[in-house]
Design a protein around this ligand. Structure first.
Ligand SMILES: C[S@@+](CC[C@H](N)C(=O)[O-])C[C@H]1O[C@@H](n2cnc3c(N)ncnc32)[C@H](O)[C@@H]1O
Length: 299
């Protein structure tokens, strides 16, 4: 059996309405793709609008008549790019995971790969993270994640205790564990991200208990007294600004801090703010995005 796949770029503030419209016309499964290679902006926990603009991909039975739906979408104000509206016929084997073709294996440094779970790793003897990011952000293809993975691959030492604050799919936590960390704490304020991190850690055969996952409000009290050697946070400038003092409590003196998710123009104010607690290095830029690193000052 074949299926019809409809793909359209929409404004995410109208996502719920459009989803309902697709379901009312017989939509069977809806997936979301980042339409503009953006990271997640201001995502509320538990909600699914991930980006400003989203490519909605919806599957329908082969014989569904979609003329009315296509007409409605053509007129809809949330469909700003009418040319993005496409309908194609899919062979059965591809339909469930059709969005996955956009996610490719990527190499970081000399020894680390992030590979889609459904592909053979290009270098089976390398350190391979097999990933299914699902709805949680973090497949390694975005510059903000890439900057963190490159840093981890070069800087992590065996036996490090690492905190991944804003873990998303768990990609950084899993990379840290596979690169030799002896304890990893993965924190996210979105329960979906916690679930994705646990699933992805199991799929990568991370020994049970090596990665602990927490919502911020459930962090056990002893975390503050066991400060980390490395804290990574790929979030966004605004929460990073708010979390600075908290991070200063979570990193041991001389311990390392890695911040990402920062637009180039946001680098300077963040550097200034973090200098209260950390000796900060010069920012590393990749396109529009910057990575900040620093060491916790002695208290
Ligand atoms: C850009 S994603 C990063 C995911 C992954 N660490 C990576 O590098 O690809 C940011 C994550 O931070 C989480 N987040 C945002 N603000 C947060 C906060 N104040 N506390 C904890 N997690 C937060 C989001 O839910 C999201 O999963």
């Amino acid at each position: 059996m074949s299926w019809q796949q409809l793909r359209v770029q929409v404004r995410s503030d109208q996502l719920e309405l459009l989803e309902q419209m697709l379901l009312d016309h017989g939509g069977l499964s809806i997936s979301y793709l980042d339409a503009e290679d953006q990271p997640v902006f201001q995502k509320e926990p538990g909600s699914t609008p991930l980006w400003d603009k989203v490519d909605l991909v919806c599957l329908f039975e082969q014989d569904s008549n979609l003329d009315g739906l296509l007409f409605l979408l053509q007129q809809h104000p949330a469909v700003e790019d009418k040319a993005s509206l496409r309908l194609e016929v899919l062979a059965e084997q591809a339909w469930e995971r059709s969005w996955m073709s956009d996610f490719k294996a990527i190499k970081f440094g000399k020894r680390l790969w992030v590979c889609p779970r459904w592909q053979e790793p290009p270098e089976p003897d390398a350190i391979n993270i097999m990933l299914d990011p699902g709805l949680a952000f973090g497949s390694g293809s975005h510059a903000t994640t890439r900057l963190c993975l490159q840093w981890l691959e070069q800087n992590i030492s065996n036996e490090s205790y690492v905190i991944d604050y804003g873990c998303g799919s768990g990609i950084l936590a899993i990379a840290a564990a596979l690169l030799g960390a002896h304890r990893v704490i993965a924190i996210d304020n979105d329960p979906q991200a916690i679930t994705a991190t646990i699933d992805n850690a199991q799929r990568n055969r991370i020994p049970s208990g090596l990665i602990e996952t927490y919502l911020p409000e459930h962090l056990p009290g002893d975390i503050a007294s066991r400060q980390a050697d490395i804290l990574l946070a790929n979030i966004l400038a605004e929460p990073l600004m708010q979390l600075a003092e908290n991070f200063s409590l979570l990193v041991r003196p001389q311990g390392q801090l890695v911040l990402s998710g920062i637009l180039a123009e946001q680098v300077d104010p963040l550097l200034e703010h973090y200098k209260q607690w950390f000796t900060m290095d010069k920012a590393v830029l990749s396109g529009d995005w910057g990575r900040l690193t620093g060491n916790r000052k002695q208290i």
